[in-house]
Design a protein around this ligand. Structure first.
Ligand code: NDP
Length: 499
């Protein structure tokens, strides 16, 4: 058993206007460790007044020094921040693993990688260029500027707390916006430690503000606050829809990263030594709690029995246990309600007639009985029409669906309301070139799965989201273009005619 860091007995603080802040009510809530099932940290429970204070601080910072700072100076602060995060990466990873129960190996990888986002977007800060338009009016000079939007509300889920926040904060800050960030109530601890680094890096006070609390208590105020210009949200599609509707009242700009039901397609000509671990990593890494989980394995019928047998045998060996132990391969589910939801889907799948080939219950191992675990679960002979093949489970549950040929694989892969990601495994070069454009998904991985980078766009087709994160173009989600007209001649306007 690994040593668990001591209970964080200190009451943690939010970040408002550059200062550590308690909730104005003085209230806190407990954050739970999903492996022990016990509370381990006390997080401020913000109310509407705290949201208002944070938005006010962000709005003031937007009008202040941050607005007049050169983009190069902004970028340098972001690079300093990246260095500080790199120094703190191990501590942050432990906090994340403790708070959301995801594997320390995964949280380490993420926390070490996060600085690259701040470096990449920090580097872009002084490359946001306008255009000179060869305007069709004599004597007139017309050019454009790309300007920040103002206060951005960033709302993030529990599964990859700092990484998903970074995907919003880095481009938004590089573009010159200010931030109010609300992390998930289930994984706020790392955010509050991360928050301590902003001032150290040299961000002016109020540029980044963090409020913690419950979405149902403060989410609506944050989204509808008149001084919030844009909402950048990652979470479930039901909440995403609510956020989108609330933001529409103020005609705010919105990006949404929502759920998925991604297909991971294995053709008979795949290199099976790669495809089988690829299927496993697509669903059981992160205990299936990732929006890009390859929760539907589409397997060509001629190799269906062979792939299924090997897959089940391999998944059976997965070491379930303490997420802080680097040997562990499958950790607990982050929240108790989420575990109940996963178990519910398992019984729905059984009721629908899917063949349960592995797992399906809470592990019997008494040494992990306090944790919120569900066994890695595999269903075979799933039909695309079943709920288990259509709805996002967000847990370690894989559905295997057989197909005959390329056309059928594409039809099944595209047969959901979602369109976040897809994977495919083949040695056929033509197929590898041909298929990605037929798949309705924002990311397609060929002979690999679950790769992301600050350099490459991430986002969903269909009901998996609106807008893109990552990649150079993500910065434009946080900018607006202004057209400036100058009469460089000496003309006297005709007052009653449009020019
Ligand atoms: P939720 O949608 O429940 O929550 C996401 C965030 O929204 C949380 O911070 C939550 O706060 C907040 N929130 C809740 N209600 C409101 C409201 N009325 N107004 C504004 N904000 C609100 O998602 P989970 O945290 O449960 O995360 C899991 C879901 O996220 C999965 O379904 C998954 O598919 C999706 N996801 C998508 C990703 C993507 O990139 N496409 C990445 C990761 C996850 P609180 O925690 O206090 O309820």
């Amino acid at each position: 058993m690994t040593t668990r860091p001591p209970l964080a007995t200190e009451k943690l603080s939010m970040l408002i206007g550059g200062r550590p802040a308690a909730a104005q009510s003085g209230d806190f809530f407990e954050s739970f460790d999903p492996f022990t099932g016990k509370a381990w940290a006390l997080v401020p429970r913000a109310g509407v007044a705290d949201v208002d204070a944070a938005v006010q601080a962000a709005a003031a910072a937007f009008r202040g020094e941050w607005r007049t700072m050169t983009p190069s100076a902004r970028g340098q602060i972001m690079t300093r921040f990246a260095d500080l995060v790199a120094e703190e990466a191990e501590n942050l990873a432990v906090l994340e693993s403790r708070d959301n129960g995801k594997l320390i190996n995964e949280m380490r990888m993420q926390c070490k990688y996060i600085p690259q986002w701040f470096r990449f977007f920090g580097g872009l800060a002084d490359k946001i260029e306008g255009r000179v338009i060869p305007i069709d009016k004599p004597g007139v000079f017309n050019y454009t500027r790309r300007e920040p939007l103002g206060v951005v509300a960033a709302i993030t889920p529990w599964n990859s707390p700092l990484m998903l926040a970074t995907w919003k904060l880095a481009p938004a800050l590089a573009a010159g916006n200010t931030i109010v960030w609300k992390p998930s109530e289930f994984s706020s601890v790392s955010a509050l430690f991360f928050g301590r680094l902003f001032e150290k890096a040299g961000f002016p006070k109020g540029v980044v503000n963090i409020v913690t609390g419950f979405g149902h208590e403060i989410g609506d105020r944050l989204v509808t606050h008149p001084d919030v210009a844009k909402v950048a949200f990652t979470g479930g599609d039901a909440t995403g829809r609510r956020v989108y509707q609330a933001a529409a009242g103020g005609l705010k700009k919105v990006t949404l990263e929502l759920g998925g039901k991604s297909a991971n397609i294995v053709f008979a000509d795949a290199k099976m030594e790669a495809a089988i671990p690829g299927l496993v990593s697509g669903i059981f890494a992160a205990t299936g709690q990732t929006c890009i989980a390859g929760s539907r394995a589409l397997v060509q019928r001629s190799v269906y029995d062979q792939v299924t047998e090997k897959l089940v045998a391999f998944a059976r060996t997965a070491k379930i246990g303490d997420p802080l132990d680097p040997e562990t391969q499958v950790g607990p589910i982050t929240t108790l309600p989420q575990r109940a939801k996963v178990l519910d889907y398992i019984s729905i799948a059984n009721g629908e007639g899917a063949a349960q080939l592995l797992g399906g219950k809470i592990p019997e191992d008494t040494s992990i009985a306090d944790g919120w675990f569900v066994e890695p679960t595999i269903f075979g002979n799933v039909k695309s029409s079943m709920r288990i093949a259509q709805e996002e489970v967000f847990g370690p549950v894989l559905s295997i669906i057989p197909f005959d040929d390329e056309d059928e694989a594409v039809a099944i892969a595209n047969d959901t309301i979602y369109g976040l990601a897809a994977g495919m495994w083949t040695q056929n070069l033509g197929r590898a070139m041909r298929l990605p454009e037929r798949l309705e998904a924002g990311m397609v991985w060929v002979n690999m799965y679950r790769a992301t980078s600050p350099l490459s766009p991430f986002g969903g087709y269909k009901q998996s989201g609106i807008g893109r994160e990552n990649g150079q173009t993500a910065i434009y989600e946080y900018l607006q273009e202004k057209s400036i007209w100058i009469d460089a001649g000496n003309s006297i306007p005709a007052p009653f005619v449009q020019r």
